[in-house]
Write a protein that binds this ligand. Sequence first.
Ligand code: SAM
Length: 335
Amino acid sequence: MPFEPAGLTDPIGRRITYLRLSILESCNLRCTYCRPGEDAGVAALPPAMEVGEIVRLATLFVSLGVRKVRLTGGEPTLHAGLVAIVHALAALEPRPPLLALTTNGVLLPRLARPLAEAGLSQVNVSLDATTRESFRAMTGRDRLDAVRSGIDAALAAGFSRVKINAVILAGQNEDQVVPLALLARDLPVDVRFIEYMPMPGVSARPEKHLSAAEIERRLAEQFTLEETPKEIDAGPARMVSVRGFQGRIGLISPFSVKFCSDCNRLRVTARGALRLCLLGGGEADLLGPIRRGLSDEELAGIVREALRGKAEQHPFESAREAVLPCATPMWAVGG
Ligand code: SAM
């Protein structure tokens, strides 16, 4: 009999419909809060997973009820097989309604169109600064022009949505809050501010955390913010609108306003490990079992068993006090 799995539900009844799949650890930027410095050794590493393994994992989760797959990294556009992966996922039956990508945008000028043609539906571009100096200070690279062209290319390619995600660090790019928000006036994009999470590693600086409430206060000094009704499947951002803006502004605050009760997501790291929560919990290896030849049914069993351990909520109330005790850094989990 063919394997016909039921959906995934965790012990407190949350249905899992969203997979964030990291496809490699390498990155072409060196953001101060994520992965500063040169670490050329890591950057040069080939992806740990083959295209076929990435597609097999995504296919497994889609068969288990996942409706949205987001490819991330590292920097996913550095994976030579990215377009082929999107193509394969768009050809699945049933086709996942949302195929999304999170990218720093540097390579989007040449990849946006092929990705759209392959079936990618949404793109999130991470951008923390609108001036050349601030961009270089945040990312260690002089690539702002490429990212701005990448956003234009994404808008021209016809994705159903293009979003910009920004991280603001206290004392570093605070002056960028308003200029970044203005991108939602000038372009048909939502701009979302995500609270900095002091993850482990050299980059962890709890004192750099700036709360979403503080970012909102800065925005409210400049603009009249209007609450927008929550959309179905809206995700964790609280969205507000500003009259005359083409896009909306979002605030994502994993600490001050926890959204764990609505969590519908699982993650797979670039090394093929299932991760239940960005901010904690263990990992369950899936790549090893794939390479040992386990069937889809057996892999689904590993996922279901691990899911029993998904915590009701992450244990942190504040990010200003401590480095979060997570074993895997952000660039390996994929954000
Ligand atoms: N390279 C891609 C990109 O830049 O979007 C995908 C991977 S990156 C790890 C995904 C997101 O995580 C980015 O928006 C980045 O700003 C965010 N990020 C990384 N470290 C973070 C941290 N410590 N706190 C909050 N967001 C972080």
